[in-house]
Write a protein that binds this ligand. Structure first.
Ligand code: URA
Length: 231
């Protein structure tokens, strides 16, 4: 048993996990476009079990009339402690790439598809676990409310979890990345890889190649936002 740390997914050695049968509901945001009210309401969210092992809800951050909104998967270890999205290594890489692409962080809003950190304990370390589809669905009303409030000119999905939350289960990041399509949230929506995939690349050469392609994708978003002139 893991004492509930698996977030209800079950895993090897966890057949008796007390969270396995924990109910998952869809979050119910207040009907408002007031960002502070949404953030405060999300802070008390218990729609899925992830709140139990997270330090806090991590809401989005940035300017409220952004040139682009970037959606990641879920907060990581540092984000969970600090209470802000993309403050760790993936965020630093993302902001460098955005600057190179002509889409400065200061002109963006960054957020996540799931607003609590999902993790399992390995010794003293908290290891990131991908949220499952029920957890993404439970959290989706928060993302919907956040995006309805922001009315993004351009929406960028970072990685498969965000892309699926926004574009549905048929999207394939490797196939569809770097192309502007329409989504229910923004007329100009684009999927690309998650910056942590670059950090996980096996060697310097593949990291360099993956980073350059990531910047190219972000340039597509920068052009669609009007911040970068057409190539
Ligand atoms: N990865 C994400 O997807 N979001 C964060 O906020 C940090 C890391």
């Amino acid at each position: 048993m893991c004492g509930g740390r698996c977030g209800g997914d079950g895993h090897a050695g966890c057949s008796g996990c007390r969270m396995r049968s924990a109910p998952i509901q869809r979050a119910e945001p207040p009907s408002t476009h007031d960002m502070a009210m949404l953030r405060d309401a999300a802070a008390a969210c218990t729609a899925c079990p992830l709140y139990r092992n997270a330090t806090q809800t991590v809401w989005g951050d940035g300017i409220e009339r952004p040139a682009a909104v970037l959606v990641g998967e879920q907060p990581g270890d540092e984000e969970d402690h600090v209470g802000l999205p993309f403050v760790g290594p993936a965020g630093r890489l993302l902001y460098r790439a955005l600057a190179e692409a002509g889409l400065p962080r200061e002109r963006c809003w960054v957020t996540n598809a799931v607003k609590h950190f999902k993790w399992t304990a390995r010794g003293k370390r908290r290891i990131h676990e991908r949220p499952n589809s029920r957890e993404v669905a439970a959290c989706r009303p928060w993302l919907e409310a956040e995006l309805a409030t922001l009315e993004p000119r351009v929406l960028v999905c970072l990685g498969a979890t965000a892309a699926t939350a926004v574009l549905g289960s048929t999207v394939r990041v490797t196939r569809d990345r770097g192309r502007i399509v329409t989504s229910p949230f923004a007329a100009r929506t684009m999927a690309t890889i998650h910056p942590s995939a670059i950090l996980r690349a096996p060697d310097e050469e593949s990291r360099r190649t993956a980073y350059a392609r990531f910047v190219d994708d972000l340039k597509v978003a920068a052009r669609a936002s009007g911040l970068l002139l057409p190539a």
